[in-house]
Every structure is written in C-alpha cells, then in structure tokens.
Design a binder for this molecule. Sequence first.
Ligand code: PGA
Length: 260
Amino acid sequence: MTKVRKPLISGNWKMHHNHFEALQLVQKLSYLITPDDFAAVDVSIHPPFTDLRTVQTYLISEKEPIPIALGAQHCHYDDTGAFTGEVSPAFLAKLEVAYVIAGHSERREVFGETDEQVNAKVHAILRHGMTPILCCGETLEEREASHTEAKVTGQVEAGLAGLTADQVAGLVLAYEPIWAIGTGRTASSEDAQGVCGLVRTVVEGRFGAEAAAGVRIQYGGSVKPTNAAELMAQPDIDGALVGGASLDADDFARIVGYRS
Ligand code: PGA
C-alpha cells in the first residue's frame, strides 16, 4: 500500500562538522541522492548553526537548486532579546531554514528543556513559517517500567498544546526511544510501529482524524541503511530522523534511497 504522506528523511548532524566539512558532505549528498529519490521522499539536513549559511549558499548556488531542505537542530522561542548564546527562529527563517527540531532528547536531558519550553519553540517555529520536528521518546528505565505510553503521550500533548488541527496536520513528530539513540540498538520495527501508531492515536484524540492522517511521524534511533526499509514499511512510520549515519554521505544516501 502506498502511503499518502510523503516520507521525510532528516539528517541530524548534532555537534559534528565545521563549515568546510559541512560543504564537503552536502556536495557529496547532492551527487549521491538521485532525482527519483527526491521525487519519492523529502530530505532535510540539520547542520550546526555555524554551517547553515555555507550549506544554504551551496544549495541555492547550483544552476538547478538542490532539493535538500535546510534544517536547524534547535532555536529559541523569542524573536530577539537578551538571550546570550541563543538563536532566533526569525534569523533561521531568513536563512531559508525549512525544518527545526524541537525537544530532541539531548536538549531535554542535557540542557534541561521542559515541555513548556518545547511547546513555546513549536509555536515560534510555526510563527515564522517553518516546520517543527517535535521529538518524543522514553528512557530505558521508563520502557522497562512500562511507562513508554504515558511518557510519549505526555510529551506529544504538551508539545502540541495550543495548536490548531491544521497546524498539526502539517508538522512532523519524531519518536526516538532514548535507549536507541547512538547506541546501535534499534527498536524492532514492531515496537517502533507500536509507538508511532500510539502517537497518531494521541493526535487523533486531540486534533481529529484529518490532523492524524496528515501529520508525518518519523522514527529515530540507530537508523542505518540496513534497517531503514523495514522501518519505513510500517504503516505509521513516515520517515526517519538519522543521527550517526547522516554523517556519512554514502550511508545517508542509501537511507534516503531505502526503496531500492
Ligand atoms: P542516531 O541518532 O541515529 O545516532 O541514533 C538519532 C537522533 O538522535 O536523532
């Protein structure tokens, strides 16, 4: 069965690659990802802030602009102000950033981001015409204590609070079990489908059937060329948020081309 939702494969580079290295990686990707792949899936890359301008200039400088969407990993929820070290969503929009990750578990766990802050960021990203990729996911202890459902439901409901059904229909959610991030341990495709299905049910309960049918839900956590096709075949998985494997042009291009 063909999915109506166009999958989105996103590369989250985290704090890797300076702007010279970023340019090399994006150049390789632009040669490796085929027109057929671009027709079948949306692709975004999320380099560090210091690389965004370089990558953006490259993407639009070719005769045919390269259809890789520019993404950011994070932003602040205010447009300007005395927030040393933070980055405004308005500035990202000016750089033609299309997608911004909000509430990645590393931001929540390492930098103490709360559900309320994540929700404010989601609103700010939308206010500037960009698409949030709102992350949720449980720790290993929470999974073992059967708290996955409660944790993920709480994060999704809090993250989407105050949005309209139309806004929700157009955004992206990413289910990333924390125990699978950067560990080489992937959730089985059944487990990943189970939680992504739950996320869609939560969206339906709050925002209705149309929003639930429209929202794209990515899986993230040790996605590799070898497991991408099986994960993507699940009915409620509409893409992947890829960390480690997105730093290797060949691996990321193979994940984007998972259908072949
Ligand atoms: P990983 O990271 O693919 O390296 O597990 C995923 C993520 O944190 O988005």
